[in-house]
Design a protein around this ligand. Sequence first.
Ligand code: ADP
Ligand code: TYD
Length: 196
Amino acid sequence: MLITFEGIDGCGKSTQINLLKQYLEDKGKHVQVYREPGGAYIAEEIRSLLLDSKNDISAISELLLFSAARAQLVQEKIIPDLENGSVVILDRFYDSTIAYQGYGRSVLPLKEIVTLNKVASHGLIPDLTFYLRLPLNLASQRRSERARDRMEMAGNEFYTRVFEGYELMVKEHPRFIVLDGAHPIESIALEIQQYL
Ligand code: ADP
Ligand code: TYD
């Protein structure tokens, strides 16, 4: 089973993923958690390039680097884990590429990004995708404690496009389960558990 979490930076994905992992492990499941970009050696190296605010990366190059990191993670870790019967939980997957590179950067027509996403993910489709909806001002308050990475330097207009992109995606694809990220941590966790 493949479960993905999506939403703007600071919406609470990591918090909920940790709680879900614990919940599933308590039920005797074997759980693997990975973050994107990252989760495998090559993918973590690519992550450092992508998030280092000193790097000047072209929009197409950024798209291909996120995709390259994903291709490595899928082949090296996710496919074998799924074959072994593990539950795989991902902190972001290709929906992030549609939201950030597609809607945020407008780097290519969405159709072409969808094709690239299929290639990079070997055609995997998540069984469940939780979208944590959080207004941009609340998300940026939550992020204020930590140093800004290269993506987070992109500014408010960029984040507005990303947020609106997610909102369009959740309307279009019934796979998304929309959760109110402003609710208390425990109540979001209980809602997530109802889908498992
Ligand atoms: P993400 O992984 O989406 O960037 P995190 O899980 O790291 O988000 O959460 C960002 C910050 O917001 C953390 O300090 C976390 O403790 C806090 N946080 C997460 N969920 C909630 C919530 N439902 N209500 C209030 N604060 C939260
Ligand atoms: P990360 O710190 O892992 O996410 P978060 O801030 O939500 O905890 O940072 C990953 C950044 O990369 C985040 O800004 C979203 C962005 N991203 C893309 O632009 N495209 C992608 O395909 C992926 C997977 C992430």
